[in-house]
Design a protein around this ligand. Structure first.
Ligand code: ADP
Ligand code: MG
Length: 226
């Protein structure tokens, strides 16, 4: 794997590995606008939470969002989750393993190959992986091993579009408003407010609140104060 990691790795003596936290907090952005979009997002959260060695730490509100980009298509539903995941022996390996798992879940949830920016049954983006800033390219040998799974060929975290897109920032700010992702120069909430000032107020609307017991979002109008 050809790896360019932007963050300096702390020097950890080999004998201290037992003291190193073996997990990382990752944030995943979810989106869908084809078929049963709400159900796809709900199932995606359940599948993410059931992964081995993974713990669901938080689920944002559910948002109905206007599509961005050149293609005329239906509104999206978007959300974000916080997950405690295995850190990997190096951050770029842990992040790539998680992205590969996300791509596998997209396949399992029936994602079809379509044009970029176009409609999708489910989109799972790795927004943040701990405090790491990474740009990873798979080497060609690794690529040819899994063409049928449509595995990721490259990875960038923080996700390059996350700091500008209200449909990502609004749910992420539900979970981590004060977090300052590497390279952003501002908190998630500040980035959200900046993006919101540039958009039509109706472009991104909260429509659901996560109910832990039900494992689903309930409509905001049925939840007091939602
Ligand atoms: P979109 O950019 O609209 O989400 P896709 O979901 O089809 O499009 O992703 C295309 C490719 O983007 C993936 O196969 C993956 O290799 C790459 N990619 C790079 N960084 C990330 C990231 N942080 N999260 C998700 N995909 C990423
Ligand atoms: Mg994606």
């Amino acid at each position: 794997m050809d790896v360019t990691a932007g963050s300096a790795r702390p020097a950890v003596p080999a004998c201290d590995t037992a003291l190193v936290d073996q997990h990382t907090l990752a944030y995943i952005g979810l989106g869908a606008n084809v078929g049963g979009a709400h159900d796809a997002l709900r199932r995606a959260v359940a599948l993410l939470a059931s992964r081995p060695d993974t713990a669901l730490q938080g689920v944002s509100r559910l948002y109905r969002t206007r599509p961005v980009g050149p293609v005329d298509q239906d509104d999206f539903l978007n959300a974000a989750v916080a997950l405690r995941v295995p850190a990997g022996s190096r951050p770029e390996l842990g992040a790539m393993a998680l992205l590969t798992a996300l791509k596998g879940l997209e396949q399992d949830l029936g994602r079809q190959q379509r044009q970029r920016w176009g409609p999708r049954e489910i989109d799972l983006d790795l927004l943040l992986f701990g405090g790491h800033r990474l740009r990873v390219e798979r080497d060609p040998a690794a690529r040819s091993e899994d063409p049928a799974r449509g595995g990721p060929q490259w990875l960038e975290v923080p996700h390059p579009a996350a700091s500008e897109r209200l449909f990502v920032l609004a749910p992420l700010a539900d979970l981590a408003p004060d977090l300052e992702p590497p390279g952003w120069g501002r908190s998630v909430a500040a980035a959200r407010d900046r993006a919101r000032a540039r958009e039509d107020p109706d472009a991104v609307r909260a429509v659901g609140v996560w109910h832990v017991g039900r494992g689903d979002w309930l409509p905001t109008d049925t939840v007091r104060g939602g």
